[in-house]
Design a protein around this ligand. Structure first.
Ligand code: LMR
Length: 362
């Protein structure tokens, strides 16, 4: 069986072609000292094997890690081994600073970055970072699976990507090593690690903190060495990366949302034969539904585990306190509304903020 990688052929002006990586071809390549021969997809026989490399930054036991593994299992079983999904967790192949570019270059075929990490490419994705925008995950799915999700996909497609699904990792909590954070005033003069998102920078600025963009694989060391006082993350990331070993205080604030855009490269995806593409898309539909339920379960289970950790002091915000925090973050909304040109998104933000309901049901 031949192994087939589909990659953009730079020499033919970006048209999609396949590289056939047979042992023979590799030998010829080595002998001739040139890059592998690019062939049209039509020339690839029924016995060729499609390899999909899925790179991500979290642990294998997180919602994203488990969903990537499940996707691999479903696809490999249903394709009778004709599609192989290689999963690279924990930033082992690419860190979150590199993965979008590596996907564009065709070195990997699937990634699932946090929406915040896509925002430097598509600023409209900043929407997901607005503090206390969503009541719960159902609100998120209304946006992600509706016209706004479609709009974000169009914007991504203009840049050569394709959004295949949106996965969940729940709401973010705050941790820090200086003192408990209970009221908005407690943020003053603290420094936080953030993902590369202007909304997250504004969020901390609006309550008197500073922020520093760091990759996920740099986070533990930065906290341990005191480069920043704290960070915001989901229960699953705090637990699986053992961030609690470096932090004395956690606030269960549910102030922000962390979800993932499952992304591929548009040209790559469109060059997959329709039958195989349908199989992959069907698998993604099933895994997405499974992942969203799993993320909720893991969040509950691992929060209990965090509560049992000696040395981590947890403060849970009441609904009333959440409303106060939401108001304290108001400048973030104002800034975002002034930045976005997109009328659908603008209308949505105004409506949500004026309703003033986002934090009430959580
Ligand atoms: C982070 O960088 O904190 C998270 O986005 C990591 C992840 O992928 O959940």
């Amino acid at each position: 069986m031949k192994t087939v990688y589909i990659e953009p052929n730079i020499s033919t002006g970006g048209t999609l072609v396949l590289k056939s990586m047979t042992v023979w071809l590799s030998l010829i390549v080595l002998l001739l000292g040139c890059s592998p021969r690019a062939i049209d997809y039509d020339q690839v026989g029924a016995h060729d094997k499609l390899i999909i490399r899925f790179s991500h930054v979290t642990g294998e036991e997180t919602p994203k890690g488990l969903a990537a593994k499940r996707f691999k299992e479903i696809v490999e079983t249903r394709s009778d081994g004709k599609i192989e999904v290689q999963v690279f967790p924990n930033s082992t192949l690419f860190s979150d600073k590199e993965e979008l570019k590596a996907l564009k270059r065709g070195e990997i075929q699937l990634i699932a970055p946090a929406t915040s990490k896509v925002s430097p490419l598509v600023p409209e994705a900043l929407l997901f970072d607005l503090p206390y925008l969503f009541h719960n995950q159902d609100d998120v799915w209304k946006i992600a699976d509706g016209p706004i999700g479609e709009e974000l996909n169009q914007l991504l497609e203009k840049q050569g990507y394709k959004m295949l699904a949106v996965w969940d990792n729940g709401f973010k909590q705050l941790t820090n090593n200086r003192h408990p954070i209970e009221r908005p005033e407690d943020f003053k003069d603290l420094s936080f690690r953030i993902m590369p998102s202007k909304v997250l920078a504004k969020q901390f600025e609006s309550v008197g903190s500073t922020s520093m963009v760091l990759a996920f694989d740099e986070l533990y060391t930065a906290l341990e060495q005191g480069h920043v006082d704290g960070e915001e993350n989901t229960v699953s990331n705090i637990y699986s990366k053992k961030l609690y070993l470096t932090q004395k205080y956690m606030t269960k604030s549910d102030h922000g949302y962390l979800g993932y855009f499952v992304l591929t490269q548009k040209e790559f995806w469109e060059a997959i034969p329709p039958e195989q593409r349908e199989l992959l898309e069907q698998a993604l539909v099933e895994v997405t539904e499974w992942e969203r339920n799993l993320a909720l379960d893991i969040d509950i289970k691992e929060y209990e585990a965090l509560k049992a950790i000696q040395g981590l002091e947890i403060y849970e915000l009441s609904e009333e306190e959440k409303q106060q925090w939401r108001e304290a973050f108001y400048l973030t909304y104002e800034w975002f509304a002034s930045q976005t040109q997109d009328e659908i998104i603008k209308g949505f933000i105004t409506e949500i903020f004026e309703e003033g309901t986002s934090s009430k049901d959580k």
